[in-house]
Design a protein. Sequence first.
Length: 175
Amino acid sequence: MRYFLTTEDGRELEVVVEDRPDGRHRVVLGDREFVADFRDVDGLGQYALLLGRASFAVSVAADEPQAPRVHVAGESFVFRALDERERLAGEVAGRGPARGEEIQAAMPGAVVAVHAAVGDVLEANAPVVVLEAMKMQNEVRCEHGGVVAEVAVAAGDTVESGQLLVRLDPPPEDA
């Protein structure tokens, strides 16, 4: 299966993942090819990854299934992922109708900063809130953009996973 990844900083990557008869996977990223063994450890987003002779613990927070937060080797990555079918469907469907968005906390933590106020018009991928969890600050971004209809948190608040942070209405037609 071919996947198209877009990183938080806008880089686009194409990854091919193919099953092998031995249960492992052939992974092609750019001009690099790997044999990978990827095992679900606990059914809760913890995985063991074996690339060649290197082993990694991987944590995946997939509260937003198409934009998971992946922690590996002490680093954190967020990217938007589409498989080739989803990408083609998006191209056929075009942009689609405007829609609102509810931005929720992906993990429990403390609100460090709020970058949106009611009435603000946000572009897609705009920063909305900064959450601190496990002594790391994580910038929470909107997906589609729109007009801020509600800000449900303030700096200093403690939030739970899944708690509403900001609600956006669809962007105005002339935006």
